[in-house]
Design a protein around this ligand. Structure first.
Ligand code: DCP
Length: 718
């Protein structure tokens, strides 16, 4: 039975923009003498020179690959410059890359809806800008086209060798062009301009794909790298997709792709075209069948989400080989480090973007000692997130112990004395998700949180009850924790108990986030008398703040604890992203410099198998085993809207380390995990999380009716 499909008459203009060898460029910006040099960024872990995680195009031309270690890269390319990822707390510190990514996002988001898909890639929906451009200035009347736009690769266009630019110009100016092609041409002009702005203002080159949907745009952006852009006209979709190996399509790299190969003999996307929608539905169910039928034809209804900020934050580290953690004390030590980093990032998100996270999740990788083949995965655990480093550390440790108990039970692990627990941990990560904006009236609270963390150490040492209570002023349980706290005196016992690490996080999952404002202030009053005064003052200024907001002059004023108005930091861009100081030079004033020239001496890259494979590979993992590796490719995997059965395994609440006080099922939605965060987790953990998140069945989001369908397969049910 056919189900609704995506519109094939898709005339959206979608761009996928991917920074070229991103970490290398960030390092080159710090050390300009590295520009044009064969360069690679290596992991923190100097074993064999460290694993390469980013390789410059100059080094790639000498045969250096991301899977290599530093020593091997030196053999292949003796002049290679190896730069180590910055280190903090004994692990990779990706802050500089994250910030650089935000800087670029703030530039790219100028022309349309922008979705930050990973640390170095974004999707843009440029439909509106393209329509406006076309309406204001028909392309055939365009007097000049920028040099950068003329360097576009247009799939299916006969590019006449030396005169490629001329062919592209004619393609842009065709008066008889299909409306969709005209829109894509406008999209290409806009993207060329944006890429130049990124180069001028942030000193990064990037590559782009411009097409009618996200899937095609993403495929195209990797086709001509670095510093180039590729347009996929509607008429070239079939040619682009047909030869692609089926396993290289997003979300077909795993079991489903294997089943297509083994059960249906489908090895390329072209092979898939021979199956009717009904046949595919028979094999894979209605939704997956229709989804397969659609993607074979380049149809995808995925929308570009408006998202400039990450949906979650994560910190992780791997402990390969002899560094595996075999005692609770060593796990606690590292969890504390990771939680400290997470807590700092949560605080800065709160301060800069006025957002709070609600869910804390722990992932780990483990094996049974003397049994590397042990099959049971270490179960991930989640609980409501409480702000304050000590609370996060405490909850994370409890989550770990809850997971460990299950792991030990399911693997039948016997403890052999005090020193040997029979298990080893090879990866730990902790993430905060379900991040929501706090109501504007509560902005002043950010200062409060900030102060708590800045003074965390001394407060912790002094065991000040105020600090303990302050930690309860978190977003735990979307406010319910605090309401509970303010309503139930026993919550104070919990606060006391927290010092002894027996505190239970809130179990209540009230979804009403708007109550955050009231519960925070209410709890402040009830937990610490000195805050009554603060609150009154805050209320006054809250009103000021709101009136400023409504008059369109939201300067981000907030109160410090004395009730004094001060400037709110971190509002440098209209989207709240921290942006590098703008250089203030319009790229137009400088003409249209060649991005390729800027990039160095490389030639134009054709669509090599290697690049092709790389861009399509769902798992871009390097084989290096070290702390913090990042990949892009899982972004699509977790972005889909999947049915409930695809929730992560049900997780239990944190348990007291001594008593099993209670165990409550607490489901965790895959949508809450941000691809950006997944990318920042250790690769071994990414693979595990991706496996959980991989959809069994695809949500039925497609709409019926499709001219693309007619175009490609006049009789759709062949
Ligand atoms: N990264 C990482 N670990 C990996 C893969 C990538 O830490 N296994 C980091 C380093 C990369 C950045 O993520 O610079 C972006 O990854 P990409 O896959 O987009 O690769 P690059 O940007 O390095 O190169 P390309 O120009 O091919 O996109």
């Amino acid at each position: 039975m056919p189900v609704a499909r995506a519109e094939s008459s898709d005339s959206r203009v979608i761009a996928h923009i991917d920074m070229d060898c991103f970490y290398v460029q960030v390092e080159q910006r710090k050390q300009p003498n590295l520009r044009g040099q064969p360069t690679a960024v290596v992991q923190y872990n100097s074993w064999k020179g460290g694993g390469l995680i980013a390789v410059s195009y100059e080094a790639r031309r000498s045969g250096v690959k991301r899977s290599m270690r530093g020593t091997e890269a030196k053999q292949v390319c003796p002049e290679i410059q190896l730069v180590q990822v910055p280190v903090a707390r004994g692990k990779a510190d990706l802050g500089v890359y994250r910030n650089a990514g935000s800087e670029v996002v703030s530039i790219l988001s100028r022309k349309g809806r922008c979705e930050r898909a990973s640390i170095d890639e974004v999707y843009l929906d440029l439909t509106e800008s393209a329509e406006t451009m076309l309406a204001e200035l028909p392309l055939d009347r365009l007097e000049s086209i920028s040099e950068e736009a003329l360097k576009s690769h247009v799939l299916g266009l006969d590019m006449d060798g030396d005169n490629a630019g001329e062919s592209v110009r004619k393609w842009f100016l065709r008066s008889d062009a299909d409306h969709r092609d005209k829109l894509l041409a406008c999209g290409a002009l806009i993207v060329a301009e944006l890429r130049l702005q990124v180069l001028e203002e942030a000193e990064f080159t990037c590559s782009a794909g411009i097409a009618h949907n996200k899937m095609l745009a993403k495929l195209a952006s990797g086709m001509n790298k670095p510093a180039q852009q590729t347009v996929v006209p509607f008429s070239s979709v079939k040619k682009l997709l047909e030869p692609l190996p089926i396993k290289k399509m997003k979300q077909l790299g795993g079991k489903l792709g294997t089943s297509l190969q083994v059960d249906l003999g489908v090895n390329t996307v072209g092979d898939l075209l021979h199956f009717s929608e009904e046949k595919l539905q028979e094999h894979y169910g209605i939704n997956t069948g229709t989804w397969l039928w659609n993607i074979a034809r380049g149809i995808s209804g995925d929308e570009v989400e408006s998202r400039l900020l990450p949906k979650s934050h994560g910190a992780g580290k791997t402990f390969p080989g002899p560094r595996a953690l075999k005692t609770s004390a060593s796990v606690e030590k590292w969890l504390n480090e990771l939680c400290e980093e997470l807590s700092e990032r949560l605080l800065s998100d709160l301060e800069q973007n006025k957002r709070i996270a609600h869910t804390l999740t722990l992932h780990a990788n483990a094996y049974k000692l003397n049994d590397l083949e042990s099959v049971n995965k270490f179960p991930s655990k989640s609980c409501p997130l409480r702000y304050g480093t000590a609370k996060i550390q405490e909850d994370a440790l409890n989550l770990f112990h809850a997971g460990l108990r299950e792991y030990v039970g399911s693997n039948n692990i016997k403890t052999k004395g005090n020193k040997c627990h029979g298990w080893a941990i090879t990866g730990l990560s902790i993430s905060a998700s379900k991040i929501v904006a706090i109501p504007s009236g509560t902005h002043s609270i950010t200062k409060y949180f900030h102060n708590q963390v800045q003074t965390h150490t001394s407060e912790k040492q002094s065991n000040d009850i105020f600090t303990q209570d302050a930690a309860h002023l978190s977003s735990s349980g979307n406010g319910s924790y605090l309401r509970l706290h303010s309503m139930c005196p026993q919550i104070n016992i919990c606060a006391e108990d927290a010092r002894n690490k027996h505190c239970m996080p809130s179990l209540n999952q009230d979804e009403d986030q708007n109550e955050d404002a009231s519960f925070i202030l209410k709890s402040l009053d009830e937990q610490h008398p000195s805050f009554s005064t603060v609150r009154q003052k805050q209320d006054g200024v809250t009103q000021d703040f709101l009136s400023l907001s409504s008059s369109g002059a939201e300067n981000g004023l907030f109160l410090n604890q004395k009730g004094t108005k001060i400037d709110f930091p971190g509002e440098e861009t209209e989207h709240g992203l921290k942006s590098k100081e703008q250089k203030g030079k319009s790229y137009k004033e400088k003409g249209t410099p060649s991005i390729l020239r800027f990039f160095g001496s490389h030639g134009s890259c054709s669509f090599s198998n290697e690049d092709h494979n790389k861009m399509l590979d769902d798992n871009k993992a390097s084989s290096s085993a070290d702390s913090q590796v990042t990949v892009n490719s899982c972004s699509e995997v977790v972005k889909g809207k999947w049915p409930q059965e695809n929730l992560l395994p049900e997780t239990s609440t944190t348990l007291s380390s001594q008593d099993e006080l209670s165990r409550t099922a607490w489901s965790y939605n895959s949508d809450e995990i941000d691809p950006v965060t997944l990318n920042e987790l250790p690769i071994e953990i990414q693979a595990e999380v991706r496996a959980w998140l991989r959809p069994q069945k695809r949500a039925n989001t497609m709409k019926k009716g499709s001219s693309i369908v007619d175009y490609f397969l006049p009789t759709k049910n062949s």
